[in-house]
Ligand binder design. Structure first.
Ligand code: HEM
Length: 253
């Protein structure tokens, strides 16, 4: 029989890392440069972007990924709905975050106040980032049709489960890569303390610590989700037919 002591210890650490990471990005975006604004000030509108992408890709998506492990005693239909609901929130928040980045390019003004748009989708960050968001939406759509919409026979649900899992993990890793590139890009473009003046400023400290916490959070999330002993097992009573495919589907889904 598996004991979950070490699981809950790591899970608590993971949730703490997430809380600190989200707090740090909020402090970074709200505490410097006048905080976030909207289209009247596109440079400050940008400040929604890192905040929203972190909330969507790490808070909502990360919590959704871990929900079957964290709430292992809550009935499956409820956790399934929470999983899908959190992923849906992630999509909405991501769209908002992308709009903020896009506007900050399209509505950019020169120092005389004339419109001087910055071209979109030039950086590696933006290429990997947009691919992550598009694939994330496709993963959601496929997951919705397969596991939430009634009608698909159990053996197909079981068949697609390893792919659904692998896809989710790959997208989480891609989101981490995108965020780290975004952090570096922002530091390189906007924080002249280290590039021009040659010292380490407070904003850099917060930015770097945010990146470190994001990596630590992502690593613990991947450990929690990948360790085989911690995979949720359905109560015996629910495993109705000892037919290999169906049993596997109930356990895995
Ligand atoms: C996983 C989360 C993220 C995704 C999916 C993502 C995606 C994107 C995309 C698609 C763009 C292009 C917008 C355009 O071309 O108009 C962009 C721009 C940008 N993002 Fe992110 N982003 C993420 C997180 C972050 C974070 C945490 C930062 C940190 C500050 C950041 C900094 C930037 C910067 C500086 C730009 C403007 C320059 C550029 O186009 O590369 N991003 N992001």
């Amino acid at each position: 029989m598996t004991t979950y002591g070490s699981f809950y210890l790591l899970y608590a650490a993971n949730q703490l890392l997430l809380a600190v990471a989200v707090t740090l990005v909020a402090v970074w975006m709200c505490g410097f440069g006048g905080g976030p604004s909207w289209q009247s000030d596109p440079a400050r509108e940008f400040r929604w972007h890192p905040l929203a992408m972190s909330l969507g890709m790490f808070f909502c998506n990360g919590e959704a990924i871990l929900i079957y492990r964290g709430l292992r005693n809550v009935p499956k239909p409820k956790t399934k709905l929470m999983h899908a609901g959190l992923q849906f929130c992630a999509i909405i928040i991501n769209v908002f975050g992308l709009k903020a980045a896009w506007d900050s390019h399209d509505l950019n003004k020169d120092k005389d106040g004339n419109l001087k748009p910055i071209p979109n989708l030039m950086s590696l960050h933006s290429w990997i980032g947009i691919s992550t968001v598009v694939l994330f939406c496709l993963q959601f759509l496929f997951g919705f049709i397969t596991y939430l919409k009634p009608g698909l026979p159990m053996q197909y649900r079981a068949l697609f489960m390893p792919g659904h899992r692998l896809g989710g993990i790959a997208l989480f890793v891609m989101a981490l890569g995108s965020a780290l590139m975004g952090i570096s890009e922002r530091s390189a473009w906007k924080m002249t303390c280290w590039t021009k003046e040659g010292y380490f400023c407070g904003e850099m400290l917060i930015t770097n610590i945010f990146g470190v916490f994001l990596v630590a959070y992502a690593v613990t999330t991947l450990a929690l989700v990948a360790y085989p002993d911690w995979i949720r097992k359905e109560p015996e009573a629910l495993v109705r037919i000892p037919k290999s495919e169906e049993t596997e589907a109930l356990r895995e889904e």
